[in-house]
Design a protein around this ligand. Sequence first.
Ligand code: ZN
Length: 132
Amino acid sequence: MVHKFKVNTLARSEMADITREVQGVVRENGLEGGVCHIFVPHTTCGLGINENADPDVKRDIIAKLDDAVSEDFDYRHAEGNSPAHIKSVLVGPSLTVFVEEGGLQLGTWQGIYLCEYDGPRTREVWVKLVKA
Ligand code: ZN
C-alpha cells in the first residue's frame, strides 16, 4: 500500500519541511522497524534531506541552484520551466530513511524536504513502508 499526502508549496522555489508529515505516516501505520521510502510523482520538484536548524542553509541551496541552472539559456521546452525540470533531476524524486522503534532515523540536524522549483503548487508525496 502506498500512503499519500499533499503539500501546498508557497513560492516558486522552496524547501518545504515534510519531516512531521512523513513521521506521521510511520506512526499512524504502526511501523516499528523497517524502511520508509518517500517519492514525489512530479517532474519539477524533488526530495532532499538537509539542515533543519539554520534557515539560511535552505536559502543558500535555492540561491546556488538558481545560479547554477540559470533562467537565461536557449531552452527549447515550450512550457518555459526547463530550469525546474533540470533542478528536479539533479535533486531526485525519492529518498529512503530507516525506521527504528517507530521513529525515522535522521541525524540531529536533518529534516526531510520537498524541494519545489515550479511553485506554488499542490504536490503529492507518496510513502511506502516496508517492515524489516
Ligand atoms: Zn515543463
